[in-house]
Design a protein. Structure first.
Length: 266
């Protein structure tokens, strides 16, 4: 599975969390401690918002993060108040730039660590959830990108939490109907240039790890801590989300709790 970090707060250089920490994302790309795979070498990517712009910038590379000499230079010079970084471990789709995270559309950034059950069994149904308005924006083959475009079609601009919940509920039911033993794992980050959301949800298996750290208005959400001082990192409980809206402290809120209760009662 993949590793990622998401940040919202004061404008800083990306290197503070992407490359500089002792257990930085670059280190995690070849020595993850809490992922299903210690190596996340199937490409990487970064997304960020520059001052005065509404749409995020992107940098993606199919080489492993540890092998790209440009990464340290870019992370040192790019500054942003919201940024994402992601190192990929593919669950079966090809290693291409189009399949590397994060994904961007309009003002939105999205990245994901997990899988949608057996993708081969539900791919057609999930892609049918993407409205024509957004289907032309599908340039890769991952389940993550398809899910993101379905969220846009479900009303991400007007109510992001409700849109994500609707899509997760629908896909959970699709996975359940297939009867597969493969889990649905949705540990993901979403941002619109002002607000940051982090989700930890699963069906048919345990949820992937997720932590967050807050200092003032600065919020960092990570797949695994960036250092060994665990006292500063708070685990995000399964079935919850981190909500870090502009100018407000982060909070932990329920996510799909009613759907999980219904599934558990079956």
């Amino acid at each position: 599975m993949c590793r990622w970090i998401a940040y919202r707060g004061e404008t800083i250089a990306l290197e503070r969390y992407v490359t500089a920490p002792a257990h930085s994302l670059v280190v995690q790309s070849h020595h993850s401690l809490e992922g299903n795979s210690a190596v996340n070498g199937d490409g990487f990517g970064m997304g960020w918002y520059s001052p005065g712009t509404l749409e995020p910038g992107l940098y993606k590379e199919i080489r492993p993060a540890w092998a790209d000499e440009n990464l340290h230079h870019l992370a040192r010079h790019i500054r942003s108040h919201i940024f994402f970084a992601h190192v990929r471990a593919s669950t079966g789709t090809p290693t291409t730039r189009q399949n590397c995270h994060p994904f961007a559309n309009g003002r939105w950034l999205f990245m994901h660590n997990g899988q949608l059950g057996d993708w081969s069994l539900i791919r057609r149904q999930v892609e049918s959830m993407i409205p024509d308005k957004y289907y032309g924006d599908r340039i890769g083959t991952t389940d993550s990108e398809a899910m993101f475009l379905a969220m846009l079609g479900a009303g991400l601009d007007s109510d992001p939490i409700a849109a994500v919940a609707r899509v997760c509920e629908t896909i959970t039911e699709l996975v359940r109907q297939t009867g597969t033993d493969e889990p649905l794992r949705f540990t993901a980050a979403l941002a619109n240039g002002r607000d940051l959301y982090g989700f930890r949800y699963s069906f048919n298996g345990s949820a992937n790890t997720l932590y967050y750290r807050q200092a003032g208005e600065d919020v960092v959400i990570v797949s695994e801590p960036l250092d060994m001082d665990r006292a500063h990192w708070k685990p995000v409980p399964p079935g919850t989300m981190v909500v870090a809206r502009d100018g407000k402290p982060a909070s932990i809120e329920p996510f799909l709790s009613s759907a999980q209760a219904a599934i558990a009662a079956e």
